[in-house]
Design a protein around this ligand. Structure first.
Ligand SMILES: *Cc1c(COP(=O)(O)O)cnc(C)c1O
Length: 362
């Protein structure tokens, strides 16, 4: 049995440190906005190279509050990918702005400066690039487009914690970034969690108020905010894991490169690294015309696999009317052929070989 993600093996490796930290936090009883949340924010800001890292309840709310803080609202257009998790577009809709879905590069699965530029209208206010599956978008190209048109960049780095371009972390290259600590993400908690990162004092201050019921001074409320704080117990776990994020991501890259090496020569496309940045392989996703056969063989061999994402956002029921007539050929072609294999830092060479053996035998 090889799962998509193996949180049990990782917990066994970190158990002593996590258990001791949790016990100490339970005895301390500062359960909301306690010392571990504050320490985690400082440690994450240092790691990410941003002035402010603000811990919140989940990645979706991180993106939502990021959009509010940069001033996106009614009928503004935000250019983003249709080949992503729904949360990216949900955040845009929460502020009553319009997601404008543009096509991806079929090799990297990321939206491109060209596809973004072609979709700009007088109502466009922002670009929300998604560093999908852990590969950074072409941020220099996207920044050039943003600068030319006076657009704000909000990075969705939910799948790219630790990915970087020339030493700059994803989330540090736009005006603001939002990430997720959902358990299966590269930096995962044992429940929900999220974070906003920014160099801007103004955005940071707004988000600190927004996440805490619109209140800077207790029981004085200046705006309508949210209850969106990171839990103290999750902060304990995230601090233990943040110290090892480089090692975790190196483990993912090792497994990914072994997969690609062993799958070479088969009639399928292994993930393409465009060399712009460091890919941290949140997912290892290949393209194949024989996807159904590969899936059946893996299932038969008790090996997990998954389709991320079977239906791009512009074809989802929720956006059906809004996107009527919109065609995104590369996105649609990728959605029809993509398959993600088991991927986690502790995946062993033997496990990778076993997965490849089954795929080769189909
Ligand atoms: C996971 C994810 C989110 C949302 O994060 P949550 O913490 O689950 O709310 C947003 N965007 C992308 C691309 C994601 O993968």
């Amino acid at each position: 049995m090889i799962p998509m993600v193996d949180l049990k093996t990782q917990y066994a490796l970190l158990k002593d440190e996590i258990d001791a930290g949790l016990l100490a936090a339970l005895e301390n009883t500062a359960f909301v906005m306690g010392p571990n949340v504050q320490a985690f924010e400082k440690e994450a800001a240092d790691y990410l190279g941003v002035k402010h890292a603000i811990a919140v309840a989940n990645g979706t709310e991180a993106l939502h509050m990021a959009l509010i803080a940069v001033g996106i609202g009614d009928d503004d257009e935000v250019i983003t990918s249709a080949f992503t998790f729904i949360a990216t577009a949900e955040a845009i809709c929460y502020v009553r702005a319009k997601p404008v879905f543009v096509d991806i590069d079929p090799r990297t699965f990321n939206i491109t400066p060209e596809s973004i530029e072609a979709a700009i209208t007088p109502r466009t206010k922002a670009i929300m690039p998604v560093h999908l599956f852990g590969q950074p978008c072409d941020m220099a190209g996207i920044r050039a487009v943003a600068d030319r048109h006076g657009l704000k960049i909000i990075e969705d780095c939910a799948q790219s914690f630790g990915a970087s371009i020339d030493g700059k972390q994803t989330g540090s290259m736009g005006l603001v970034g939002g990430t997720s600590f959902f358990p299966s993400k590269n930096l995962g908690a044992y429940g929900d969690g999220g974070m906003l990162m920014t160099h801007s004092d103004d955005i940071a201050q707004q988000v600190k108020v927004l996440r805490n019921h619109g209140s800077e001074v207790r029981y004085y409320h200046d705006v309508i905010g949210f209850n969106s704080r990171l839990d103290e117990l999750q902060a304990v776990i995230l601090r233990v894991k943040l110290k090892r994020i480089e090692q975790f991501n190196a483990g993912r890259r090792h497994a990914a490169h072994l997969y690609s090496q062993l799958l070479a020569g088969l009639p399928l496309e292994t993930p393409y690294e465009d060399g712009i940045g460091i890919h941290v392989y949140h997912q290892y996703t290949l393209l194949s015309d024989q996807r159904d056969a590969i899936m059946a063989a893996l299932q038969q061999a008790n090996i997990a696999c998954a389709i991320y994402y079977p239906v791009p956002l512009h074809q989802q029921k929720v956006f059906a009317e809004y996107c009527a007539g919109l065609g995104l050929p590369a996105t649609e072609a990728v959605a029809a052929r993509c398959l993600s294999l088991p991927m986690y830092p502790e995946l062993t060479d033997e496990q990778v070989r076993e997965v490849v053996r089954v795929i080769r035998s189909t």
